[in-house]
Design a protein around this ligand. Structure first.
Ligand SMILES: [Zn+2]
Length: 274
């Protein structure tokens, strides 16, 4: 085995383990439970889960998706989150190499996974992630200036700060426009706002992590696109009107972090072509 295969496998395994921790956050944060303390329990029969039933992916496959004690189904979200985190870490290594930038993007992406799943399940974006996430994104921008393509720490921090303001401002503008445009429809649905307060904080965090107006435009271009594609499917299949926006903002953010420059380059090429 060559060195990059060993590194790749190690990073994938690390991602699976991180995914395991993300699952703890996903189930405990909305209930206001302690994330760090307390052993894991089966959500149906409350039995403590032994360590050998808590191995990422493997345990789910070996138990065929059922609790060892009460035989009730374990949510497929557990292995899906573990796999998503493993693949995210592998993709980050592949894109950014073994660098601090990769580490920062990996942690940022992990936070976005938690936000997406919690938002999809509860229609709430947890402040417990977005508030410290905003602080962490500003801090990491100062420590790892290469994240924003500069060598100057203060410039990087400034870009991150501007990004947070821009992200917040763009969503605030959209919320304002949405309220003017869809007032009747929102009232009929019993909703006050087209965009929730959680989305504002999420976009401030995303802006601080991306640190450029161009990158944010990629996010805001992709998120509604992904949202309307999937939203339309949900509306037809499940007759659901309200769809959480967090997963689409998160997915758009990851795409922008990975391929933002290429997307902007491609779009420029289109403009010059005409
Ligand atoms: Zn059980």
């Amino acid at each position: 085995m060559n060195i990059s295969a060993v590194l790749g496998s190690a990073v994938f395994l690390l991602g699976l383990m991180v995914g395991s921790f993300l699952n703890v956050c996903i189930w405990r944060l909305p209930d206001g439970e302690q994330v760090v303390r307390g052993r894991s329990h089966c959500r149906a029969c409350r039995q403590t889960i032994p360590w050998f039933d808590n191995v990422p992916l493997l345990s789910f496959l070996l138990l065929r998706g059922r609790c060892r004690f009460c035989r009730l189904r374990i949510s497929w979200i557990y292995p899906a989150v573990e796999l998503a985190a493993g693949l995210l870490f592998l993709a980050v290594l592949n894109r950014f190499g073994p660098t601090f930038t990769a580490l920062a993007v990996g942690i940022f992406g992990a936070a976005l996974i938690v936000i997406s799943v919690v938002d999809a399940q509860t229609m709430m974006i947890p402040d417990e992630i977005t508030k410290p996430g905003l602080g962490a994104a500003l801090g990491v921008s100062f420590l790892v200036p290469s994240l924003h393509g500069t060598a100057n720490r203060w410039e990087s921090l400034g870009l991150s700060f501007l990004g947070a303001l821009t992200g917040w401002g763009l969503i605030f503008g959209m919320a304002f426009a949405g309220r003017l445009l869809f007032r009747k429809k929102l009232k009929a649905m019993g909703e006050e706002e087209a965009v929730g307060g959680g989305d504002l904080k999420l976009m401030a965090m995303v802006g601080a992590g991306i640190g450029s107006a161009k990158g944010l435009l990629v996010v805001l271009f992709l998120a509604p696109l992904l949202g309307s594609l999937i939203g339309l499917t949900m509306k037809i299949r499940f007759h659901r009107d309200l769809i959480p926006y967090g997963p689409f903002l998160s997915l758009g953010t990851l795409i922008a972090l990975f391929w933002g420059d290429s997307i902007i380059g491609w779009y420029r090429g289109l403009l010059i072509g005409y």
